[in-house]
Design a binder for this molecule. Structure first.
Ligand code: HEM
Ligand SMILES: *[C@@H]1O[C@H](CO)[C@@H](O)[C@H](O)[C@H]1NC(C)=O
Ligand SMILES: *[C@@H]1O[C@H](CO)[C@@H](O)[C@H](O)[C@H]1NC(C)=O
Ligand SMILES: *[C@@H]1O[C@H](CO)[C@@H](O)[C@H](O)[C@H]1NC(C)=O
Ligand SMILES: *[C@@H]1O[C@H](CO)[C@@H](O)[C@H](O)[C@H]1NC(C)=O
Length: 334
């Protein structure tokens, strides 16, 4: 007897697991499923920083830009698709965020060791920690167990991520929306102890602060001369300058610079010139350990932000695993 109908298999793929806000993050999440995960991340991060010191700062910044937009879910890493404008081209990210390829390299090493186990969202959290530790900053235990998002939103990033023009009052209110205190906000700004920024981000404060046609009076005159030379009016806005005087060392130099009127961004210097934040700046400029302790606590708090949306463990951090329908299920006929 012959089969008269083609052999048909209908497979139902439920490809996402719920990563709701109740899902518990914890240290050592991969200790049985991928015990070497944290070692691998640190090793790849170390090699990347040996190739290019700045990649530490660039990778660490990814945690902020991922976590503030719908939680720490790797949404930042998704490339645009014909139907989805992702976050990479959002106002604060385009021509600015970098070192995505370091995350790819870490992911490849982890997929080799333990396929399908470690999320891209967790990679950002581990690599950010490692970048700080490898730059001479504090080291700490991270909580893990995040899932990767199925979508990303350029619009959400545009609405949330702060401009370098921001003043301290605005930043206090913004961070409060994420339950991050004034102390958290100042400590997290101390991340600018490493890395660089473009002239694009400071031109306005050098030549036309708040539309006055004059420079920001908070800039110390000697430093202003240096910045005028680095970033002349009408010059190349892609030229970069150091965010503090020791841009490859994670230390409290950033806060000393703010006290001296040598903060690079307006959002940096405003922390010293505003009453509510000045006390913390002075304290951290005088006590590096106090800064390190506060920074670690605040990074962990920021890492706790979750979207409560469904997620998956992406195979490639730039794309979701299976194109999915609205119901989150995929029917396939063979
Ligand atoms: C408080 C509000 C913040 C504002 C307004 C801000 C803004 C900026 C801007 C404008 C740049 C340079 C972009 C460019 O010119 O291309 C930058 C760089 C950087 N930001 Fe922030 N940032 C803030 C908070 C944070 C936080 C919370 C972190 C991480 C915990 C962070 C980490 C970094 C790092 C490491 C760099 C240097 C990156 C590199 O060299 O590639 N920032 N930030
Ligand atoms: C701070 O920035 C906000 C938003 O841009 C603005 O409305 C406010 O007037 C500014 N505050 C001060 C003290 O400059
Ligand atoms: C902030 O804390 C409140 C009260 O504990 C909580 O309801 C809210 O979800 C938290 N918001 C965020 C963004 O974590
Ligand atoms: C300075 O900013 C003000 C207000 O935004 C604007 O009207 C003016 O044209 C600017 N001046 C220059 C030289 O860009
Ligand atoms: C700055 O660099 C980006 C790409 O990295 C480029 O698209 C842009 O045109 C450059 N801007 C200037 C003024 O050179």
């Amino acid at each position: 007897m012959k089969a008269t109908l083609p052999f048909l298999i209908v497979a139902l793929f439920v490809h996402s697991i719920n990563g709701g806000s109740g899902s518990e993050l914890r240290p050592g999440f991969y200790s049985s499923t991928c015990p070497q995960a944290e070692l691998i991340v640190r090793e790849v991060m170390k090699k990347a920083m040996e190739r290019e010191a700045r990649s530490g700062a660039s990778v660490m910044r990814l945690q902020f830009h991922d976590c503030f937009v719908n939680g720490c879910d790797g949404s930042l890493l998704l490339d645009d698709t014909p139907t989805m404008l992702g976050e990479k081209e959002a106002l604060s990210n385009i021509n600015s965020l970098r070192s995505y390829e370091v995350i790819d390299e870490i992911k490849e090493a982890l997929e080799e060791a333990c396929p399908g186990v470690v999320s891209c969202a967790d990679i950002i959290i581990m690599a950010a920690r490692d970048a700080v530790a490898l730059s001479g900053g504090p080291d700490w235990e991270v909580k893990l167990g995040r899932l990767d998002s199925l979508t990303a939103s350029q619009e959400d990033s545009n609405n949330i991520m702060p401009s370098p023009r921001s003043n301290a009052t605005y930043l206090i209110d913004l961070f409060a929306r994420f339950n991050l205190s004034v102390e958290d906000m100042v400590a997290l700004s101390g991340s600018h102890s490493i890395g660089q920024a473009r002239c694009f981000s400071i031109i306005f404060r050098l030549y036309n602060q708040s539309g006055t046609g004059r420079p920001d009076p908070a800039i110390e005159p000697g430093f202003r001369k240096e910045l005028n030379k680095l970033c002349p009016f009408g010059g190349d806005e892609n030229v970069t300058g150091n965010l503090d005087a020791t841009p490859t060392v994670f230390d409290n130099q950033y806060f000393k610079d703010l006290v001296a009127g040598r903060g690079f961004l307006n959002s940096d210097e405003t922390l010293f010139t505003t009453r509510e934040t000045k006390g913390w700046v002075v304290r951290y400029s005088e006590d590096q350990n106090a800064f390190f302790d506060a920074f670690v606590k605040s990074m962990i708090k920021m890492g706790d932000l979750q979207s409560g949306r469904p997620g998956e463990i992406r195979k490639n951090c730039r794309v979701v695993n299976i194109p999915h329908s609205r119901t989150g299920m995929t029917w396939m006929a063979y």
